[in-house]
Design a protein around this ligand. Sequence first.
Ligand code: ZN
Ligand code: ZN
Length: 210
Amino acid sequence: MTVLEILPIGCVEDEWLRYLRDRLAEFFGEVVVSPPVEVPLRFNSRGQVLADHLLDTLASRPTAAERVLAVIDRDITVAGVDYIFGLAALGGRWAVISPFRLRDARHGREWERELFLERLLKEALHELGHTLGMVHCENSECNMKFSSTVDEIDRKSLLFCESCLGTVFSSGAEKVYATNGRGSRSFLRALLGRLRLTQKPGAEQRDKGD
Ligand SMILES: [Zn+2]
Ligand SMILES: [Zn+2]
């Protein structure tokens, strides 16, 4: 069974999709990139794509994958905020991320490709974390820390803290995922084994280095 499907919505750079596939496969095992699809989008008055509407639309699409990460290269948002980097239903199967605002250069610096790709991966893992029932975290290193700017994304880690990983096995979430069969349990094991944020000195550097 496919653990994770990456689904491009419209035109998304192949290189970014391949990067996500290869890096996410390190954590989740089998990851497939599906051919791009076109779906009806809904826009707000500023011309931004409404991400909650998109997730609702996608949810009716059949998939054999445990989780689906949609990628759309457009400015996305939900009502009441200026923009978002991604969205997922808590404990759901679907998540969406947008590279659109992750391209921003750091203050006074040139655009950096490696930094952009790292942000993309962090956002993917963050939204997938929500699909596992993880909520926002106050630990400044933890990937589940809420980010409203790219600087905030740059400051946090790729990985999840012990407390966030613990919530995946808290009473409610465990029941939900236990009913999803073997695929879900292996998904959880993969997460717990490889996405643990350690406090060891140097761990942060190693994560960035490969
Ligand atoms: Zn979040
Ligand atoms: Zn955390």
